[in-house]
Design a protein around this ligand. Structure first.
Ligand code: RP5
Length: 161
């Protein structure tokens, strides 16, 4: 059976960021399939992936890229599946370039855009789980427990240690 979540990224160098999405999905018991799919370097692979993603059985796509980050938007143009874009922090412009490349999509080609870097990748994983949980009561309970654990871990007072 195909994993419900695809995690795609433009380069091996994106993996240290995108693995945060994989980690949170692991924590929530959501299967995922990570692949390198570059809009610029492997456009045919990107086209094949996006066109076949729904038929392969994916329900949500998380797409991360940095710099001229066209991958999430191009995938959105080729599939009706929800696409969550993660701007990877770039060396030259600290990820502002990635963010602006992903967020300003024209009306009609929706691409969810998360925060730059690790926080965005983590939240993309949580967002994907939330989407799947709308049709999965057991996952809903795991998601609620995950959030409750994060809430309970917040101390009431700051400490020096
Ligand atoms: C983008 O270019 C990738 O998503 C990556 O964030 C960035 C740099 O890629 P590498 O030169 O490290 O392969 O396409």
């Amino acid at each position: 059976m195909t994993a419900p979540v695809a995690i795609v990224m433009g380069s091996q160098s994106d993996w240290p960021t995108m693995k945060y999405a994989a980690t949170v999905l692991d924590d929530l018991g959501v299967a995922h399939d990570a692949r390198i799919v570059s809009a610029h370097r492997t456009p045919e692979r990107m086209y094949d992936f996006a066109q076949n993603a729904a038929d392969e059985g994916f329900k949500v796509i998380i797409a991360g890229a940095g710099g001229a980050a066209h991958l999430p938007g191009m995938i959105s143009a080729l599939t009706h599946l929800p696409v969550l874009g993660v701007p990877v922090q770039s060396k030259a412009l600290s990820g502002l370039d990635s963010l602006l490349s992903i967020v300003q999509m024209p009306a009609g080609v929706p691409t969810g855009t998360l925060a730059i870097g690790e926080a965005g990748a983590t939240n993309a994983g949580l967002f994907a789980a939330s989407i799947l949980a709308t049709n999965d009561a057991a996952l809903t309970e795991r998601l609620k427990a995950w959030r409750a654990a994060r809430r309970d871990a917040v101390a009431e007072k700051p400490s020096d240690v």
